[in-house]
Design a protein. Structure first.
Length: 428
């Protein structure tokens, strides 16, 4: 019997700043699963709990979103652990970390040299490739979340762990569904962002979005779709290329640079040929002249940021909001403190003194699995499971997911809902 200790540094009872430090009993150093940041209501970064970099043999980064990679450079202030990730995760992660440093540098204790050291000590892996470090071995398979995202299979001295990171169990325009390998798993560490929710069938949501866009275009209006730069923007230009091949689609913001990284790592895509075609018919906004041209005529604009907290989407919103022929279609999660949430609730952005007369609508195009998909992951491994650790979700989501999983795996499996700074002792 092998015991492992799991220190919850972040992601316990919250979404974001994921960080889980795993150490097998009798082992020297430990293995870190993600190390990210999230933000408070004032936009200031919140970092995970401290771990001594010298005690970290390696860190596996599940994907490039800041809430999973944003604190990793801290590990290189005083040490040089191995960073295991896919090439797209490193390339997109570097892009987002540099933007993070530019916007929030006052609150960050690492600099360019630590980011460089992280890159120098990164081991870039393909799906299915196994790597050994000290008493640990690690392998990733596709998580279906964003390009290069990985389910992390970690063997800690003979105790097998599956850490989902952020996971999507349905096929999308750019990615296949999460790839669950037929391995036995002692402990499942599973996200629960939508643990209390069921997403509507994806094809129906996409159909409703296409129909809404067509109505606006037929009325001579312009459609603004604020979208996250990583993943959602690339999904949208693919969907729009299929549904509106004759319409002009503009892509603005950081999504342009991320799309270039998608093109440079086509082998991670579900259908590289189709994505290339979608990019070829999309007009990249490269300056203010393009930006002014984009909103002055009927068409479709995909632009960061997805919650309207910044980016060129705010410029377009100001230009389009006053005309009821236009539309603002939100397709991303809207936190309660975001302008996007305020628009949906009140039809105004008070901080901008802006009343929105344009058509407003939200569509569920999440890149996270809903409750049913998460339960199916537990079902897949129930024959070998001894422990399930539910993380990366609010309390109601974790509690509801735990209830559903319990009905599938039975009473012999330990289910934990840890909070930050809690240590779990797990046996296989």
């Amino acid at each position: 019997m092998v015991r492992v200790f799991v220190d919850v540094l972040g992601g316990g009872g919250e979404v974001g700043r994921a960080g889980f430090f795993v150490r097998c009993e009798g082992c020297g150093r430990g293995f870190l699963l993600d190390y990210g940041v999230n933000f408070d209501e004032e936009g200031r970064p919140r970092f995970p709990g401290h771990v001594r970099p010298i005690d970290v043999a390696a860190v596996a980064v599940s994907h490039a979103h800041l809430d999973h990679i944003g604190a990793v450079p801290f590990l290189y202030v005083s040490a040089a652990p191995l960073a295991v990730m896919t090439r797209p995760t490193l390339e997109i992660g570097e892009l987002l970390i540099r933007d993070f440093m530019k916007l929030s540098g006052y609150y960050i204790d690492y600099e360019e040299s630590e980011l460089y050291s992280m890159k120098e000590h990164s081991l870039l892996v393909d799906y299915g490739e196994e790597v050994s470090v000290d008493e640990y071995s690690v392998m990733m398979t596709s998580a279906g979340h964003i390009l290069g995202s990985g389910l992390t299979y970690l063997d800690a001295g003979g105790h097998s762990i599956l850490y989902t990171g952020d996971v999507n169990t349905i096929q999308t325009w750019t990615l296949g569904r999460a790839e669950l390998w037929p391995r036995s798993v002692d402990t499942l560490i599973i996200e629960s962002t939508y643990g209390s929710s069921l997403h509507p069938p994806r094809h129906l949501t996409e159909k409703k979005l296409a129909e809404a866009i067509e109505e606006v275009l037929d009325g001579g209006g312009t459609v603004l779709i604020p979208a996250f730069s990583v993943g959602r923007s690339q999904e949208l230009i693919s969907l729009l290329a299929a549904e509106f091949p004759a319409e002009t689609v503009f892509l603005d913001g950081m999504g342009r640079a991320v799309t270039d990284i998608y093109l440079a790592n086509k082998r991670f895509l579900r259908d590289p040929g189709f994505f290339e075609k979608a990019v070829s018919v999309t007009r990249f906004v490269r300056g203010w002249e393009d930006r002014r041209r984009a909103w002055r005529r009927p068409g479709i604009i995909v632009s960061s940021a997805g919650m309207l907290k910044g980016g060129p989407a705010l410029y377009y919103l100001k230009k389009l909001a006053g005309n009821p022929r236009n539309a603002v279609f939100l397709v991303s999660y809207q936190s309660v403190d975001s302008p996007g949430h305020e628009i949906l609730e009140k039809g105004v952005v008070e901080s901008l003194g802006l009343e929105v007369k344009a058509r407003l609508q939200w569509f569920d195009l999440s890149s996270h699995a809903g409750r049913d998909g998460l339960v199916n992951i537990a079902r897949h491994y129930r024959a070998s499971l001894k422990n399930i650790v539910i993380i990366h979700g609010e309390d109601d989501a974790r509690t509801r997911l735990a209830e559903e999983i319990r009905s599938v795996v039975g009473d012999d499996v330990n289910i934990y809902l840890p909070m930050n700074e809690e240590r779990l002792i797990l046996e296989n």
